[in-house]
Write a protein that binds this ligand. Structure first.
Ligand code: ADP
Ligand code: ADP
Length: 227
C-alpha cells in the first residue's frame, strides 16, 4: 500500500521562479524515506505540502488515500516535528505530550496514561512534571517526538529535527527514532541536509537539487534493521 504520492508537483511562491518543479515521488506505507539536498532545494516545501499546510501550484499530492489537506479532518493520523521543539512553555512535559489526545477528545485519565507511557518510551518519565525550559535541547526534542507519536500516527514528518543538537545527542536520538520506527511501523519522511544521517537512517534516500528544486536520484538501502 501507498502512503504518499506526489504527481508532477510544482511550487511557485513568487509567480516567477519555481521552488519545486516536476516532482514525482511515491512513499509506501512503513517506509523510512529521507529527503536529502542542499538548503533551498524545496525539502521543507515538500513536507509542508504533504502535511497540507501549503497548496501546490501545479500537480497533485495524495496522502493516506486523500488529497493532502483533507487529513485535517482525521486528527492524529499525521504528525509533524520541527527543528525547534515547539512546546507550550507553561505546560508540564506530560501535559505537552498529552495535548494531541486532548485535541482529539480523549478523556483525561486515558490521555495522561498514554502520554506517560509514551514519555517512558523515550526515557523521560522522570521529568513528566517539569516545565520544558527545565530540559536540555536533546530532552526537548525527545518530548516533541513523544508528543508526535502519542496519537499513534500513520505518518510522521520530521524537518531537520536533529540539526541543532550536538553530535552525541544527535546520534542517541537517531538510534531512538529508529527504535520507535521499528516498534510502531509508521511511515516516516525525514528531511535533512546531512548525507550520513540520511543514509544511516532511511530505507530510501531521495536526493534533491536546487534551482529548480527537483528529485535528482533515488537510492534504496538494504537496512540491517529487522521490521
Ligand atoms: P529547503 O527546505 O530545502 O531548504 P525550502 O522548501 O525551504 O527548501 O525552500 C525552497 C525554495 O522556496 C527556496 O528558494 C525558498 O527561498 C523558497 N521559499 C520557501 N518558502 C517560501 C515562502 N513561504 N515564500 C516564498 N518563498 C519561499
Ligand atoms: P540529552 O542527551 O538529552 O541532551 P543531557 O546530556 O543534557 O541529555 O542530560 C543528561 C541527564 O541530565 C538527563 O538524562 C537528565 O536527567 C539530566 N538533566 C539535564 N538537564 C537537566 C535539567 N535542566 N533539569 C533536570 N535534569 C536535567
Amino acid at each position: 500500500p501507498v502512503a504518499i504520492v506526489l504527481r508532477d508537483v510544482g511550487m511557485c511562491y513568487d509567480g516567477e521562479t519555481w521552488a519545486l518543479r516536476d516532482v514525482n515521488l511515491t512513499v509506501r506505507e512503513g517506509e523510512f524515506v529521507s529527503l536529502l539536498g542542499p538548503s533551498g532545494c524545496g525539502k521543507s516545501t515538500i513536507l509542508r505540502t504533504i502535511a497540507g499546510l501549503q497548496t501546490v501550484t501545479s500537480g497533485s499530492v495524495e496522502v493516506l488515500g486523500s488529497p493532502a489537506g483533507e487529513l485535517f479532518n482525521r486528527r492524529g493520523e499525521l504528525s509533524f516535528v520541527f527543528q525547534e521543539p515547539t512546546l507550550m512553555p507553561w505546560r508540564s512535559v506530560l501535559a505537552n505530550v498529552a495535548l494531541p489526545l486532548e485535541l482529539m477528545g480523549v478523556p483525561k485519565r486515558e490521555r495522561l496514561s498514554r502520554a506517560m507511557e509514551m514519555l517512558a518510551m523515550v526515557g523521560l518519565d522522570s521529568v513528566a512534571n517539569k516545565l520544558p525550559r527545565q530540559l536540555s535541547g536533546g530532552m526537548k526534542m525527545r518530548v516533541s517526538i513523544a508528543r508526535a507519536l502519542v496519537s499513534n500516527p500513520k505518518l510522521l514528518l520530521l524537518d531537520e529535527p536533529f540539526a541543532a543538537l550536538d553530535e552525541i545527542t544527535r546520534e542517541r536520538l537517531q538510534e531512538e527514532l529508529l527504535r520507535l520506527w521499528q516498534r510502531f511501523g509508521m511511515t516516516v519522511v525525514f528531511v535533512t541536509h546531512n548525507v550520513f544521517e540520511a543514509v544511516y537512517l532511511s530505507s530510501r534516500v531521495v536526493v534533491m537539487q536546487a534551482n529548480p528544486g527537483t528529485v535528482r536520484a533515488e537510492l534504496s538501502i538494504e537496512t540491517p534493521y529487522p521490521r
